[in-house]
Unconditional design. Sequence first.
Length: 237
Amino acid sequence: MRRAGRIVADVLALTEEGLRPGVTAIELDARAEEYIRRAGATPSFKGYHGFPGSICVSINEEIVHGIPGPRVIEEGMVVSIDAGAIWKGYHGDAARTFYVGANPPADVVRLLDTTRLALMAGIAAARPGATVEDVAGAVEDVAIEGRCDIVRQYVGHGIGTRMHEELQIPNYRTGRGTTKLVPGVCIAIEPMLALGSADNHTLADNWTVVTSDGSLAAHFEHTIAVTEHGPVIMTTA
């Protein structure tokens, strides 16, 4: 899983390098798929329940599951990239959101920083003996402090020999007693936040999820392993 995660981290870094005005989402997808396959891995997303891309490219008000198509990336856009790879039967899954261009507006900085810090707070809480509710609460507290709305319909998940395994990792407190984390458990934590309302709907392509009020959204994700010494991020270089 560490190797799968490293490939995913490299894909996100490679995509960030290519994320420039004038490039299309499908060009980013092709570059990502070529790298994943050259590394000896398989894209997790391609063909998953019929998804056509190797990565998800979600732009501006698109929260998750954006299909990479001919849309041209322009300066000033907020672009979320979600990538997954399978290495010898094991999965890595991670996402990052980028601003295209220099000098992002203050509200965009707040959105991206809050979502990233919410992810890191959730990871820090994922220690042996902690519960899923502890992780969810850590994410929620940062989102509230950053004045961002939490997308509640989509959650993190267990991960291993399947991309989505049994555990669900919400980004808000559910008020229910939840599973304790033990060494050896691997999960993907992935807050999705919006600047306006997180109410959302799915477009006619049956994949792309957008904010209903058109507000900007961000998505950050890491695959982590819970060890006896604490959480270890698998999707880094």
